[in-house]
Design a protein around this ligand. Structure first.
Ligand SMILES: Nc1ncnc2c1ncn2[C@@H]1O[C@H](COP(=O)(O)OP(=O)(O)OP(=O)(O)O)[C@@H](O)[C@H]1O
Ligand SMILES: O=C(O)[C@H](O)[C@@H](O)[C@H](O)[C@H](O)CO
Length: 177
C-alpha cells in the first residue's frame, strides 16, 4: 500500500457537492467534517457575495487557517475531512504541508450541472455568475498523489460517499474504536 491517507480534502468548484458528500461520508465512517467555507474571512464572503472571484492573496490567509484546523484535528486523534475548493495545485500543496498523507477527492462535474445546482440553492453567498471563474481557475488534480477523481455530475451523494469510503479504506483508514 502507498502512504496511508491520514486526512481528506473534498475538493472542486462551487456546487460540486463538497459539503453534501463530506456530511454523508462522516455519517458513514465516523470521520470529522471541517467545513472550509465557514473559515473564510468576512472580506472573502463579502467579495464573493458581490460577484467578484477570490484571488491568490484572498485565499492565502484562508488556507493558513485551514492548515491550522487540519493540524488541530489530527493532533486530537480525529480523521479530518476538509471541504475546500482547492482549485489550484499550489493551494493543494499548501494544504499538504499541514498533513503528510493528505488525500484529495475531486468531485468532477460539468459546468452546466454546477451552474444548475448553484442557481437552485437559496440563501447561499455564492452567486451562479462566479461559476465560470471557478472553472477558469480549476487545475485538475488528476495524476497527483493520493487523489481520487469521481463523477459528481452523475453519481448521487450517497454513491460518492460510498466510493470515497471504499477508497479511504484501501488507503489505510482505520475507524476509531
Ligand atoms: N451528487 C449530487 N447529485 C445531486 N445533487 C447534488 C449532488 N451533490 C450536491 N448536490 C446538490 O447541489 C447543491 C450544492 O451542493 P453542496 O452545497 O454540497 O456543494 P459544495 O461543493 O459544498 O458547494 P459550495 O462550495 O458552493 O458551498 C446542493 O443543493 C446539493 O443538495
Ligand atoms: O476558492 C474559492 O473560490 C472559494 O472557496 C469558493 O469555491 C467558495 O468558497 C465555495 O465554493 C462556496 O461556494
Amino acid at each position: 500500500m502507498s502512504q496511508p491517507v491520514t486526512a481528506l480534502v473534498i475538493m472542486g468548484v462551487s456546487g460540486c457537492g463538497k459539503s453534501s458528500v463530506s456530511e454523508a461520508l462522516c455519517r458513514l465512517n465516523g470521520a470529522t467534517a471541517i467545513e472550509g467555507d465557514s473559515f473564510h474571512p468576512a472580506a472573502n464572503i463579502e467579495k464573493m457575495s458581490a460577484g467578484h472571484p477570490l484571488n491568490d492573496d484572498d485565499r492565502a490567509g484562508w488556507l493558513d487557517i485551514l492548515c491550522d484546523e487540519l493540524r488541530r484535528s489530527l493532533k486530537a486523534g480525529e480523521h479530518p475531512v476538509l471541504t475546500c475548493s482547492a482549485l489550484k495545485k499550489k493551494y493543494r500543496d499548501h494544504l499538504r504541508e499541514a498533513a503528510p498523507g493528505l488525500g484529495f477527492v475531486f468531485l468532477e462535474l460539468t459546468r452546466a450541472v454546477a451552474a444548475d445546482r448553484v442557481s437552485h440553492r437559496p440563501g447561499h453567498f455564492m452567486p451562479a455568475s462566479l461559476i465560470d471563474s471557478q472553472f477558469a481557475t480549476l487545475e485538475s488534480p488528476k495524476g497527483e498523489p493520493l487523489t481520487l477523481a469521481l463523477n459528481a455530475s452523475e453519481d448521487s451523494v450517497e454513491e460518492l460517499a460510498e466510493q470515497t469510503n471504499a477508497w479511504w479504506l484501501q488507503h489505510g483508514f482505520e475507524p476509531s474504536k
